[in-house]
Design a protein around this ligand. Sequence first.
Ligand code: DC
Length: 221
Amino acid sequence: MKGILVTIDGPAGSGKSSVARQVAGRLGFVNLNTGAAYRAAALLALREGADLSDGPRVADLARRVGLDPGGASIDGKRVPDPDLRTPEVAAAASRVSAGAGLREVLLPVQRAAANEARDGGGAVVEGRDIGTVVLPDAELKIFLSADPEERARRRARQTGREGELDRIREAISRRDRQDSEREVSPLKPAPDAVVLDTTELALEEVVTRVLDLANGLRRGA
Ligand code: DC
């Protein structure tokens, strides 16, 4: 029997990764973080000294990027997560992800990884356009939102950079703008997504709501 696909989209700091990890763990599903593929493409472009505004060049480099539940790889070699989590790579990923060519290259990579995971039981797939573009037929689509100030505070706490709240707030609002105003696959909820505003919710409350929805689906299946 095929498992189910749960998509979790939303802006930086909305709680996607924490929620996706917890939900996947408790359902016994794998967790696929598609942002890692965009970050790996950005890291590779930076390493190769590519011009980040050169869409075809970045797209070409991205053919070397792989994705699986363990994370992203370049030329078949796992990229250590800390290498993908630097502020430079985050900013570059947001920039290059506006490129239609890059998105076209990464689309089948994300779909293949998700379908493989689904065949293995089920997957929670997180990103920005998973419910709208990558997996429009997913059984459950969640869109997490949260007030930008709260998202900046969460990011500062997560990364131990509480003293840099102003800089983090600014970086988040720049990424919000880039991610939601781009022409290709902008960040927005799918028409059939359940939108959860997490500003006032603890992680556990969000996880419980998503689990209730997923379990309801599984019972109905
Ligand atoms: O989720 P993240 O912060 O790791 O994502 C890094 C960047 O990649 C983010 O700025 C937007 C982009 N991204 C995207 O455009 N589409 C996705 N499905 C996932 C990430």
